[in-house]
Write a new protein. Structure first.
Length: 269
């Protein structure tokens, strides 16, 4: 191994870019080198050691490391070709083809490429996190604007908030619904999905039903729109729970029960 190859591997060793085989070859070559060569190699390593302080704390992608190693190997191959037959000698002498200053400049350029690549990766990660944070904040703002800040905070953080999910009465019912209740509210919040569509003018009832599915009391009539929607129903669910019935959503025209809460679910609030 020539002195120039040893220096180039030493610089890569400083940056932690040697694989196991290259590290072992470098260590063997360095240990067998004359003291003056070892001192020269250490001086060159010291010149590049400070680069670690400006490297971002990120893991570079595998393809970046491969590109750096390939660039260094090509520079080493050029040096061997330029060095001629005497390039195998482990002596300190100037290159006949390319100056050592140029080679060191090339290695420095590779090091700068590593720095810039790592910095770009870090900036991309920070941009992705910022963009995600902006989207999350926008969604939270939309929830607050639609349902009110108190509902959002109570639904997320208040342990006394309860959700009652409706169970479809038949397998062909694709609609879904649930209600949220909190003792501090003066109404329950109904959420439903796929009950209505743009062409339909059908109305539905939210009602208390007995075990046989007969309507005991109608609590709310509404005509849902397409997709997902929500509305308030001004009832005291805790008072209704004492009566032992179930909540149900019925087709207002036919009286057919589309979905109900589970038996006894009201008593869990």
């Amino acid at each position: 191994m020539t002195t120039q190859e040893l220096i180039e591997l030493a610089v890569l060793d400083t940056m932690g870019l040697l694989d196991d085989d290259e590290q072992a070859a470098f260590d063997r070559a360095f240990d067998t080198a004359p003291p003056q060569v070892q001192a020269h190699v250490r001086r060159e390593q010291t010149r590049f050691a400070d680069l670690n302080a400006i490297l971002p704390d990120v893991e570079p992608p595998a393809e970046l490391r491969s590109a750096v190693i390939e660039a260094v190997r090509e520079a080493m191959a050029d040096a061997l070709v330029a060095g001629g037959p005497e390039a195998d000698s482990l002596t300190l002498r100037p290159s006949r083809g390319v100056s050592s200053a140029w080679r060191l400049g090339a290695v420095a350029a590779v090091a700068i490429a590593v720095v810039l690549g790592g910095a770009t990766l870090q900036m991309q990660q920070e941009y992705t996190q910022l963009n995600q944070s902006i989207r999350n904040n926008a969604q939270i703002d939309q929830l607050n604007a639609t349902f009110g800040t108190r509902f959002v905070e109570d639904a997320v953080f208040d342990t006394s908030t309860r959700q009652l999910a409706f169970i479809p009465a038949a397998d062909d019912v694709s609609a879904r619904a649930s209600v949220f209740y909190n003792p501090g509210w003066n109404a329950v919040r109904l959420f439903c999905r796929n009950l209505g569509n743009e062409e339909s003018s059908k109305t539905y009832r939210v009602a208390l039903v007995d075990e046989a599915g007969q309507v005991v009391e109608v609590l709310h009539r509404f005509r849902p729109g397409p997709g997902f929607e929500s509305r308030e129903i001004r009832v005291d669910l805790a008072e209704l729970a004492l009566r032992g019935e179930r909540l149900a959503i019925l087709d207002d025209a036919t009286g057919a029960v589309l979905m109900t809460t589970a038996p006894g679910a009201l008593r869990t609030i």
